[in-house]
Design a protein around this ligand. Structure first.
Ligand code: GLN
Length: 544
């Protein structure tokens, strides 16, 4: 096995100016990182417990996030004091502000008489003379700012060596800055969109105060990542990976193809519960269009036979599909590995491609308090067991919007780059009750019509996810003067930014009637169409 770790180009935090976000467990921490990336400034998040001596790069600046604790609790989390010795600018947000104040004197933070949630008006204080430089954080922003707060604790006094840069009615020290060092603290959350001028403030800190270059673009990333993949895999090494036709796996596969050509082997498993003509289309796009070395395995019968008779247990459907997928993938991987071994200039398959994105990484490293256990990554486990492969994750530093930009950069067609997510268990969890071949046909045809109409009407990009589900009930209808007794389709379309919460998409009734008419006319076995109007929560985006 080639030693693939020598001469591997370093990861982005070494190549790009990086703002390090230390996480105290706020539900908004990842948004700080996102806002920075939107400003083309590279940023990574690490838990607040990160030891500075173990950091493999030197950040241009540090942001301390919010968090659910009170700094004065005995078991409250605190940063490594070396953070304050690093000599780089620091911005504390909410708990982060309180941490900065507490670090200077533990008497500085107390429980407020009033909690403050929601909008607040912030008065920005201007300075002259020797402290004029502290105005850099609010430079160019209005003196009365509309900000968003979420705190119960407050600073009881201004820490020694600090000046006040902003105040609100409830928080007299809503913004502080050190007179000499570039340390700033703000009580409000600039990372949430409710704070109107939050992004310009983050830019003031990162670009102007820290001096971080705004050079993080997919154009700059792609070449470096291809070099990294080549160095990691070596001149002969081979990689195998599953593709689904979704944006993440396609972008990851195309990147691998650019880096190592046909030494990347993509496998697509047709599990019989894909969308209409999906396997065929994915094959065309990936092979003819993008040049990826792809094998499609039609295993629909194997999946559908196993799913027969499973009625009331959605988890069982998911398990059957997940486990069978792993079995088939491994069988095929062994075949490809055996075939690849003999060829003259190719080495063994040593790597498994995984389309992990930065939100998955954040989820597994975010600070969850002293008692929390670290969650293992849900996709990886099953495939790695029994296959002696190393993981390669070329998208693990990227957010979804960056993956899309990278996809466009790599020449992946627009409709694929903007494709809605599709669940691994496919239509099986959109067909409530038993999954039979005929139920799959109905669900596929109805879904096709719905999406087709959405695209024609120009709604596709506004909607985050849309599909037609098939309900296991029959209703009475009248078609061509004849009484019919047929099934019911439920349409679902949601808008969301993070898939954690979702709103129902507000279609005009005319549009829904048109879709209904087409489905009832064109799909045999359906006589009614409903529109599902449950938000998330309490509903989930998928039905099962
Ligand atoms: N727990 C702290 C408070 O209530 C910090 C809250 C926060 O960071 N959002 O003030």
């Amino acid at each position: 096995m080639a030693d693939s770790t020598t001469n591997v180009p370093p990861p982005p935090h070494t190549l790009f100016d990086t703002i390090l976000v230390l996480d105290f467990g706020s539900q908004y921490t990842h948004l700080i990182t996102r806002r920075l990336r939107e400003l083309s400034i590279y940023s990574e998040m690490l838990p607040c417990t990160q030891k500075i001596s173990e950091l493999s790069f030197k950040p241009k600046g540090i942001i301390l996030s919010g968090g659910p604790y009170s700094v004065y609790w005995d078991d409250a989390p605190h940063v490594d004091p070396a953070v304050f010795e690093l000599g780089v600018p620091i911005l504390g947000i909410c708990y982060g502000l309180q941490e900065i104040a507490w670090h200077s004197d533990q008497k500085n933070v107390v429980a407020g008489e009033k909690r403050e949630y929601g909008h607040a008006i912030l008065n920005v204080h201007k300075h002259t003379g020797k402290t004029a430089h502290v105005d850099a954080l609010f430079a160019g922003l209005e003196e009365d700012m509309d900000v968003w707060m979420s705190h119960g604790d407050k600073l009881s006094q201004r820490p020694a060596g600090f000046v006040t840069v902003a105040a609100s009615e409830n928080a007299p020290f809503a913004g502080i800055a050190h007179e000499e060092k570039e340390w700033f603290g703000i009580q409000f959350h600039p990372e949430v969109t409710h704070t109107k001028k939050g992004t310009p403030l983050i830019k003031n800190f990162a670009a102007n105060i820290c001096g971080a270059k705004q050079d993080w673009t997919m154009d700059a990333f792609v070449g470096k990542e291809i070099d990294r993949i080549r160095a990691l895999v070596g001149p002969k090494g081979q990689v195998i990976g599953a593709v689904s036709g979704g944006v993440d796996s396609t972008v990851a596969a195309k990147l691998m193809h650019e880096a190592i050509g046909d030494r990347f082997h993509a496998i697509m498993v047709d599990n019989g519960v894909l969308r209409l003509n999906e396997a065929k289309q994915v094959k065309e796009t990936l092979t003819a269009g993008l040049g990826i070395n792809l094998t499609v395995i039609d295993a629909s019968d194997r999946f559908l036979d196993l799913l027969a008779g499973v009625k009331d247990d959605p988890e069982k459907k998911r398990k059957i599909i997940g486990n069978t997928f792993i079995e088939i993938f491994q069988e095929k991987a062994k075949e490809i590995a055996a075939a690849a071994k003999g060829s003259a200039n190719e080495g063994e398959i040593e790597w498994l491609l995984q389309g992990t994105l930065y939100p998955d990484v954040i989820e597994s490293i975010s600070f969850k308090g002293p008692s929390a256990t670290i969650k293992t990554h849900h996709n990886v486990g099953g495939l790695l067991e029994g296959m002696h492969l190393k993981l390669i994750e070329p998208l693990r530093e990227l957010f979804k919007d960056e993956v899309r930009a990278l996809g466009t950069q790599l020449g992946i067609p627009e409709d694929l780059v903007w494709r809605h997510p599709f669940p691994g268990p496919g239509l099986a969890i959109r067909i409530i009750g038993e999954v039979t071949r005929d139920q799959v046909r109905i669900a596929q045809q109805a879904d096709f019509i719905f999406i087709d109409e959405i695209k024609k009407a120009g709604y596709y990009k506004q909607i985050s996810q849309a599909y037609a589900a098939l309900l296991p009930v029959k209703a009475v209808g009248v078609m061509g003067d004849k009484r019919v007794h047929a099934q019911v389709i439920a349409l679902r379309a949601v808008e969301t930014t993070d898939f954690m919460t979702a709103d129902v998409f507000d279609f005009p009734t005319k549009f829904l009637s048109k879709v209904s008419t087409r489905i009832v006319n064109e799909v045999d076995g359906v006589c009614r169409v409903l529109y599902e109007v449950t938000s998330k929560p309490p509903g989930t985006i998928e039905m099962e």
